[in-house]
Ligand binder design. Sequence first.
Ligand code: CA
Length: 223
Amino acid sequence: MRLLIVEDNGRLAGLIADGLGRRGFICDTAPDLATAEESLASAAFDAIILDLGLPDGDGLAWLQQQRSLRQLIPALMLTARGGLEDRIAGLDAGADDYLVKPVDIEELAARVRALLRRPGPRAMNLLESGALRFDPVTREARIEDRVIELSRREADLLELLMRRLGSVVVREAIENALYSFNEPVTPNAVEAIVSRLRRKLEEAGLAGQLHTVRGVGYMLRSG
Ligand code: CA
């Protein structure tokens, strides 16, 4: 789950990114709307956490404009303004949820999970391939009743491959989904995660499903 945190208070943005990062989210931060637009153009995010007052504009007006451009990524507004009218304006502008500062990280994480669970551009329904099941909300993979223990990135990779079952997922798309802009990706990082995931699937009885398409990417075949 990759999140974009648009917040001009660098310390707060860092705290949120750190707190949500420790709860399994991949977080990028943007200090203004221009940077947010650049980030959205160059990577796929699952949700935005958006401050209202930003140096180059109003988060609410920006969100409204994004919505009119059919940019439907779920957005949670984060703001010091807590009046009823502000909340209503936020929700009317297309925010999916609204949280008033100071923010409790535990609550924010729960709200983001709830946001991602709603039907939308990225449905959070159980993913299935033969006996293999992955729950996008709890991040748990199972084969029948047996849980497969996965690291955060292994789970993200499995989700990506299961969402594109039977299609080749190019290496760049995998790097994009698994790493934030700040995290250096070593040349063999993706291969290493793929081999660990492949080994865990094999140990759980699913041999030969995760294929390497040399020079292109990886593919999960349905079991
Ligand atoms: Ca602000």
